[in-house]
Ligand binder design. Sequence first.
Ligand SMILES: Nc1nc2c(c(=O)[nH]1)N[C@H]1C(S)=C(S)[C@@H](COP(=O)(O)O)O[C@H]1N2
Ligand SMILES: [Mo]
Length: 552
Amino acid sequence: MSCAQIVRAATDTAWEVAGTTRGAGILERVDRRLRTFSRGSTAVWRGTAGILAVAVALGVGQLVAGLIDRDSAPLYVVADAVVDLVPPSLRESAISTFGTSDKTALLAIMGIVLAVIAALAGVLEAPPRRLWGSVLLVILGVTGVVAAATRPTGSVAWTVPSFVGAAAGLLTLHLLITRVGRPATPGDAIPRVPDERPTHPVDRRGFLVGAGVAGAAAAVGGVGGVALDHHLHDVDRDRAGFTLPNAADPTDPAYDRVPGVSDYLTDNRDFYRIDTALQVPRVESRGWSLRIFGMVDHEVRLDFDDLRRMAAFEKTVTLTCVSNEVGGDLIGNARWTGYRLADLLAMAHPRADADMVLSTSSDGFTAGTPLSAMTDDRGAMLAVGMNGSPLPVEHGYPARLVIPGLYGYVSATKWVASLEVTRFDRAQAYWTTRGWAEKGPIKLSSRIDVPRGGARVRAGEVMVGGVAWAQGRGINRVEVRVDDGPWRSARLAHPDDIDTWRLWSFAWSAGAGDHTLAVRAFDGDGKQQSAVEASPIPDGSSGLHAIRVTVT
Ligand SMILES: Nc1nc2c(c(=O)[nH]1)N[C@H]1C(S)=C(S)[C@@H](COP(=O)(O)O)O[C@H]1N2
Ligand SMILES: [Mo]
């Protein structure tokens, strides 16, 4: 079912319900309530009480989560469950709308929905008889508890933050609501407003004091929980003390630069980042270990003391995301330092009938890689260094996989925790259960970096340049075409490494007018880049990158 169909079905149902007598009754009541509010009622006070109650619930939940695991905080367990539950079509449209800020967008949308529910809870709460607000808060609490209990990486303890948070929220709601126009009991001497239920007047002072305390509790809980977690898991300190293994070549070789074109090595700060993590996992090197198990003769568990006794090596590899559109920037090249996966797997002795390795991260992401890609001589590695530094936290500190030639979703597990030797007919990985291909070899492709699409350039010699890649085979030719002209060879820069992208440039004698520039590449086997346009799903985009420029 597509997103639009779901919305249409929901609206249709809403109209049908509204058409029935019960529905009409509900609408009438909603209408009456709304009119009551507009007569200077206590709705604003009540709404505020509801919002503060939920804020306290989240703050207290965060604080408790600081002691257990920050991913057990109510907002995060629910967000994580939402990510798991949304239909793939909706997820796709969310990712295409928000791009890599999809996580921020999800949390923002959840925040808005929660604020509306919270305000409603306050408005509906009318003690002592109608506790609809409390019911809503209990529902929110149960949602948190269930979400926590069903997180694959969680434990029973993960339900505690939502439980305690919900209790604190209920208490807050009760304390604040009773300051706002409690309904009168018979015998109370309060003035009656015709047409309305008699209520006590608002205890403004009491409410404001209570609201101040609640706001402070929410803030202290939230900030305190984060601080507590940082104190208990100081990854930055751990990383600052992390020494890289002595790898083969610590010096940076010289590279050709092409003006306006991406640097051969992508700076760690500019390296694209793709992962499902709502919060970047923070794994310390002390306490980290890699478990190798499954279809093996001996199960192995390696920690950093074990690794440091092994030989390390260094290799420059261009990582590419399967979601990269033609001309996109979900690609980067880095010099990785680490240990040969072939050596690590050999210690466990994989069985002859195994053909896949399912790697799992500390946050439950999985990738399924052909066993052969990890054991052949391409240089698949357990990487601990990136461009001469320990891995940045968001790129997988303290250890991740880097496997030349394969898209990240089937190979590049960050914060890696285990390798299960298995078979493709037995195990499935995170993205393969969501419609992406089981195998993900990177497709031959090329991109124009300069000039930018839509740029205005001066007539005369214009430097056109970019990158081309065919990991595992290398690039042996790049051609550029202007409008409908012939394909002409570009100049290729060094280094010429089969597992990295290759920088290219082309001196174009540009004449005035609007022009289209297109690029295509040939790999080391002489194979030509496909011009057939394909979208990233299921196994990577294809097509030629073309841009329009105006020459003046
Ligand atoms: N733990 C974890 N590792 C992961 C992912 C993820 O979601 N979680 N995404 C993969 C994908 S799809 C890609 S393209 C690469 C991106 O690595 P980078 O963020 O270091 O560029 O990481 C891979 N490793
Ligand atoms: Mo990816």
